[in-house]
Ligand binder design. Sequence first.
Ligand SMILES: NC(=O)c1ccc[n+]([C@@H]2O[C@H](COP(=O)([O-])OP(=O)(O)OC[C@H]3O[C@@H](n4cnc5c(N)ncnc54)[C@H](OP(=O)(O)O)[C@@H]3O)[C@@H](O)[C@H]2O)c1
Length: 277
Amino acid sequence: MAPTSQDDLIERGVCLLGCGKMGTALLKGWLSSGIPSRSISVTEPHPSPWLKSQLDSLNVGQPKKSPAVCVIAVKPQIFLKAVEAVTAFCGTKTLILSIAAGVRLDTISEAFDHQSPVVRAMPNTPAAIGFGISALTGNEATTPYHLDMAERLMSAVGETVRIERESQMNAVTALSGSGPAYIFYMIEAMTQAAIEQGLPAKLALKLAKSTVAGAARLAIESEEDPTQLREDVTSPAGTTESALKILMNKQQGLGPLMSQTLSAATKRSEELGQVND
Ligand SMILES: NC(=O)c1ccc[n+]([C@@H]2O[C@H](COP(=O)([O-])OP(=O)(O)OC[C@H]3O[C@@H](n4cnc5c(N)ncnc54)[C@H](OP(=O)(O)O)[C@@H]3O)[C@@H](O)[C@H]2O)c1
């Protein structure tokens, strides 16, 4: 029987370059998804106390020769310099999986002599608690086997989706990559507005957080689409209707504001991609 990508991950191993916030979330996810620590090597100049506590079981320092996957989780600004530490270890049979925002497939491929299969993934911060979502896309050297392997690694921290064209990655970054910050700000704004209506701060924050979490859960679990769910809460001449007249204003409401927000984020993601060329 042909080896599965999980067999390959365990046999040939995974090397992780950069173990900061996102690298740590991935590493914790892999360990709890059953990838044995002996199959993982980590390159990180300043290990956190948690990573230090794992040093006995993980391979720290030099990665194994030709690992199944090399996951690059360093900041985009130092990407090209940092990968110099691993290029010599990664053969053409190593899948390069990069989560660095804005670093394009051809830039990554060039750093690995144009030979390697490369997948770019864009996760988001809820990955830290296993509720992330990552969008993936691969270069021409990737096969379904590589995409399956990349999906397995990213699904350790949440859901995964595939995108058809790399050019969509800028809009994905603007939506799900930066999106958690929009929702955090929404919670802040709802809390502040409720304080202005006379609620104590602690209570307002609890109500705002749980409302966002509950509505998100309902939107995911319900068979109805968000439009129907919204209409279900909006009775004629009721409280919600008064609120939505403001929020859904065609000129000044959330719709045009969100268009401007995502447009600015997409543009910035495109600019950052050019800086890394
Ligand atoms: N956090 C997110 O929500 C998110 C979402 C999507 C994509 N990403 C991408 O994920 C990547 C990592 O982001 P992050 O938030 O995890 O950043 P981070 O916490 O700063 O992690 C990067 C880690 O890489 C280490 N590092 C620096 N130079 C290195 C080298 N030469 N070799 C190996 N490791 C090195 C850093 O160590 P020092 O701190 O000591 O420099 C740090 O621990 C970025 O490219 C980012 O675009 C992040």
